[in-house]
Design a protein around this ligand. Structure first.
Ligand code: SF4
Length: 335
């Protein structure tokens, strides 16, 4: 049986031979030798095409078809692979204006920005600077209360008798009445104010004016009645024009206050306003700084808060008084 190659005529054989020689010259003989039989046994179309083509057939697609690497279509774009990193928002350009919501919570810019050198000294990861401690002020020394000679068997009635028609300081010259005190002689809570005002001077009772009504409301808000507590002042005569009592006036009158406190022996003394705090506790710090704190006062406790008259002048600060009275209530309940 004749092979496919035997069926080719001599001219075709010569052409194939010449082609192989040409491939040999190109250095690709081995490739086509291994494929010679395939080429020889390929279809007659191959022979016909080969016979009719010129020398440019080296680049013939039909010959190179098995190895058409150049035609192998590469993907035009790498398929997207899912990133292992979590999605992050696109960085905001440095010049981008901040969002309105962020701006609303930003601190207002300072007029004089910190120098760059200062900023570099504070790395972003630096721990926040601890807030400066604000220890509670301590009494500058023993209060006048500590220096008062204790009177054995002292009573409120005896103290009032000793006060008499007092003229120990200049306040007696302008007073209408001595305002000794009001309330329960066995009270657990004693309020100490600054001094009588106009209404108090007229009636001879402490805290009966507008400030007194507010104090009464606060007392009742704690679940107590006015008659359950004891109310008095640092000085017992009204200072002219409701001015702050002067030192000599406080020194002359305060011993009677201390005797009242010592006689009652309350669980808690509430100082209303800075003059009361200075007199009872000897603390000269601002009332807004020390208010709402408990201090030792002999064998009992004392708390400082603002005067009700301050709240009448600053109604928005009423919560201060309410907060401090809540502490008083909790203290008395033993909370
Ligand atoms: S303020 Fe006190 S010390 Fe001065 S006159 Fe009146 S009761 Fe006396």
């Amino acid at each position: 049986m004749r092979s496919m190659a035997d069926r080719f005529d001599d001219s075709l054989r010569k052409k194939i031979s010449d082609r192989l020689s040409f491939y040999d010259d190109l250095g690709i003989r081995l490739f086509y030798t291994t494929r010679q039989s395939a080429l020889v046994e390929s279809s007659a179309a191959f022979a016909a095409t080969s016979a009719s083509e010129s020398s440019a057939e080296v680049s013939s697609p039909s010959v190179h078809q098995p190895v058409r690497y150049e035609d192998s279509p590469l993907p035009k774009a790498m398929p997207k692979t899912k990133s292992l990193k979590p999605d992050v928002p696109a960085p905001v350009p440095a010049t981008a204006p901040p969002a309105a919501r962020t701006t609303a919570y930003m601190m207002p810019p300072t007029k004089s920005p910190a120098p760059a050198s200062v900023s570099r000294r504070m790395p972003a990861s630096a721990p926040p600077v601890a807030a400066k401690s604000n220890p509670l002020p301590t009494p500058s020394g023993p209060s006048l209360f500590e220096a008062v000679n204790k009177i054995a068997g002292d009573t409120l009635l005896k103290i009032r008798d000793d006060l008499g028609d007092c003229k120990r300081c200049k306040l007696h010259q302008t007073r209408t009445n001595i305002v000794f005190a009001d309330g329960n002689p066995k009270a657990e809570l004693v309020f100490v104010g600054e001094g009588p005002g106009h209404d108090e001077d007229v009636q001879g009772l402490p805290f009966v004016g507008r400030a007194g009504k507010l104090l009464t409301q606060m007392i009742e808000a704690m679940g107590l009645q006015r008659q359950d507590v004891y109310i008095c002042n640092v000085v017992k005569c009204r200072p002219p024009e409701n001015r702050t009592p002067e030192k000599d006036e406080v020194d002359a009158c305060s011993p009677f206050l201390y005797r009242q406190i010592e006689s009652i022996k309350p669980r808690l003394i509430c100082c209303l306003g800075a003059p009361a705090v200075r007199t009872v506790l000897g603390i000269k710090e601002g009332i807004t700084k020390i208010r709402g704190q408990f201090y030792n006062f002999g064998s009992t406790k004392a708390l400082a808060t603002v005067h009700p008259a301050y709240i009448l002048r600053n109604p928005r600060e009423e919560k201060i008084l309410r907060e401090d009275f809540e502490k008083i209530r909790d203290f008395l309940k033993g909370a």
